[in-house]
Ligand binder design. Structure first.
Ligand code: NAI
Length: 466
């Protein structure tokens, strides 16, 4: 027997969770449910909405099925999901989008899986107010994080018999960050020669998804693009009522529908359990019960083909009738169905992947607040020479500044080179001296970035016009 934590959640959560439990019972799935609380019922005692023993149970049993939880509006209430994701390091958000019979959409042949990196990117939440006119958010893409998500996508593709994995990115613009994501993707792809690997720019991906989604198989994306593209894909196959998901880490995994607790229909017995049932299919695949998953999926498909649907999909069945219809269409398990589970094991010995420490520094970008126009800081301090000033990424010095809007935030690049044009290594002392000179001359610096070498070049993206 597999032990699986069950969190029924709030609103329609208990109604749809009970439906899934009933279907699993009828299908004789070898699962014992360990029921735990989270959400509104415990919010008074646990501001995160998650009691310690719920978290302990997920860590102990490693797999959970979760109904939606309500996030109370107001200060101090974190979302249960965000807390679970970060405290359990659930780094992969996996969202299949598959056309279902009887769910009318523009396409009837979509069958793709979105694998979204779930922790990094702009979601690290590292943001700062720089000047009265400028706010900054850091997009952090890491080598270990990118390797790990690519590896997950390929391992999953291999186990599920998928043919192609596509990395989605914007490396033509985000050369360093998305460039690193892409580099890691192709590094990992080398270990999976039997699976086709390709990459596509995110805007083009969106266009192709809404014109010919059948072209796609598995897509792997950094966090922000993954967030958007996974909702787009859910829309392609019928939206919230049929959108499942899983948050997966090295040590534990939580499967849940994409939709929320639907307070407007809670308690009426009309909620659609399909999305949570589809999430439970992901769970079954995760623990290796692929044939069991297929058998229940067949019963779901037959139910929908027979026109039995809940109201949100244009049908007349209530939750209980829909559940019963699936149960009636279940085939009995084959004798050897559950003999050899084939779970998805990700080998995490790859982590952490640290390359050698960066010791070189050949320059520095100093960001200066200047409300009165382009600043004129010292042109040379020790070895450091002012080579460029940009405003919102457009070069405004040297040369005639282009006719653009200026904000009060200027990037002043200081680089150290010898007379032959070779980069010179600079010390922190030299940077401190530069900052002191700026201070003495009344330039308001707001932050600095050291310039490192990257592939034989300084590791920064150039300003437009440079
Ligand atoms: P929602 O997804 O709960 O509801 C949006 C609309 O879709 C409603 O009209 C609802 O009746 C309908 N709907 C959703 N699921 C359905 C189902 N299975 N069957 C039939 N109709 C369904 O989104 P909403 O109203 O914005 O959020 C309600 C609460 O859920 C909020 O507190 C929110 O924070 C929380 N939430 C929780 C999530 C989770 O725990 N994973 C995810 C999203 C929202």
């Amino acid at each position: 027997m597999f032990k699986v934590v069950l969190i029924k959640g709030d609103g329609i959560g208990p109604e749809i969770a009970d439906a899934v439990v009933e279907i699993f019972d009828a299908a004789k799935v070898p699962v014992t449910w360990i029921e735990k609380d989270a959400g509104l019922s415990v919010i008074d005692k646990y501001p995160t909405g998650i009691p310690d023993d719920t978290l302990d149970a997920i860590q102990k049993y490693k797999v959970a099925l979760k109904g939606p939880t309500t996030t109370p509006v107001g200060k101090g209430h974190k979302s249960v999901n965000v807390t679970l994701r970060t405290s359990l390091e659930l780094y992969a958000n996996v969202r299949p989008a598959k056309s279902l019979p009887g769910v009318h959409t523009r396409f009837d042949n979509v069958d793709l899986i979105i694998v979204r990196e779930n922790i990094e990117d702009t979601y690290s939440g590292i943001e700062h107010i720089q000047t009265p006119q400028v706010a900054q958010g850091l997009k952090l893409i890491t080598r270990p994080g990118s390797i790990r998500i690519a590896k997950y996508a390929f391992e999953m593709a291999k186990l599920y018999g998928r043919k192609k994995v596509t990395a989605v990115h914007k490396a033509n613009i985000h050369k360093m960050t998305d460039g690193l994501f892409l580099e890691c993707f192709y590094e990992v792809a080398k270990d999976y020669p039997e699976i086709k690997s390709s990459d596509l720019i995110v805007d083009n991906t969106c266009m192709q998804l809404v014109t010919s989604p059948e072209r796609f198989d598995v897509l792997v994306l950094p966090n922000l693009y993954g967030d958007i593209v996974s909702d787009l894909s859910a829309g392609l196959v019928g939206g919230l009522g049929v959108a499942p998901g899983g948050n997966i880490g090295d040590n534990s995994a939580i499967f849940e529908a994409v939709h929320g607790s639907a307070p407007d229909i809670a308690g009426k017995g009309i909620a659609n359990p399909t999305a949570l049932l589809l999430s439970s299919f992901q769970l079954l695949q995760h623990i290796g019960l692929h044939e069991t998953k297929q058998r229940i999926e067949n019963a779901l498909i037959e139910t929908l083909k027979d026109g039995i649907k809940t109201a949100d999909l244009g049908g007349k069945a209530n939750t209980a009738e829909f559940t019963q219809a699936i149960i009636e269409r279940l085939e009995p398990p084959a004798a050897d169905e559950m003999k050899e589970p084939r779970p998805l094991h990700i080998k995490s010995e790859l982590l952490p992947v640290f390359k050698e420490k960066h010791e070189d520094c050949h320059g520095v970008d100093v960001f200066i607040e200047s409300p009165s126009g382009i600043p004129e800081p010292p042109k040379k301090v020790d070895h450091l020479e002012l080579t460029m000033i940009s405003n919102r990424g457009t070069k405004v010095y040297p040369g005639a500044p282009p006719n653009i809007w200026l904000v009060d935030h200027h990037r002043c690049r200081y680089v150290a080179k010898d007379e032959n044009g070779n980069y010179l290594r600079i010390s922190d002392e030299e940077i401190f001296h530069l900052l002191r000179e700026l201070y003495v001359h009344k330039f308001e610096w707001v932050h600095i970035e050291k310039l490192r070498m990257f592939d034989g070049e300084l590791g920064y993206t150039k300003a437009q016009g440079e």
